[in-house]
Design a protein around this ligand. Structure first.
Ligand SMILES: Cc1cc2nc3c(=O)[nH]c(=O)nc-3n(C[C@H](O)[C@H](O)[C@H](O)COP(=O)(O)O)c2cc1C
Length: 124
């Protein structure tokens, strides 16, 4: 089946606490494993950035669910494309949370290779 990836940003409906994020991730990772979806979620105080990748039919279905999720709004696609290889083959959903967003660059640990890869993809 065709492999596909998609990156979007959205705005949290309200700031999510650690317990809420943990719950979201536990459910998402379990479902992602079942549907061969991998990727990465970055949580900033005023935005989410997420990359999801997997069989196209599963990504279409998941993105539809995500778009309708009341925990966030203004879901905006940044990039979507078929791919030959996954960016995050080992992660049912890698996760990075950053509370301090003075500047995006300062906020995210740019030594973190996974973040680097995500932003490489966005700018590419
Ligand atoms: C920021 C954000 C990221 C999410 N990421 C995933 C994900 O990677 N995988 C997943 O199955 N659900 C994810 N969800 C949850 C989905 O929006 C949705 O609740 C889930 O697919 C179940 O959908 P259903 O209740 O319509 O069956 C995410 C939700 C939010 C708010």
């Amino acid at each position: 089946m065709e492999l596909y990836y998609l990156i979007y940003t959205s705005v949290p409906a309200k700031p999510m606490n650690d317990a809420e994020l943990q719950e979201l991730l536990t459910v998402a990772r379990e479902a992602n494993s079942r549907f061969e979806v991998t990727g990465m979620l970055i949580c900033l105080p005023e935005s989410f950035i997420q990359l999801i990748e997997g069989p196209k039919a599963h990504i279409d279905q998941l993105y539809q669910n995500i778009r309708h999720d009341k925990r966030h709004f203004r879901v905006t696609t940044l990039r979507e494309e078929p791919i030959i290889q996954r960016f995050f083959p080992d992660w049912s959903m890698a996760f990075k949370k950053e509370d301090n967003t003075d500047t995006l660059e300062g906020a995210l640990d740019l030594h973190d290779e996974k973040i680097f890869r995500l932003f490489d993809i966005i700018e590419y």
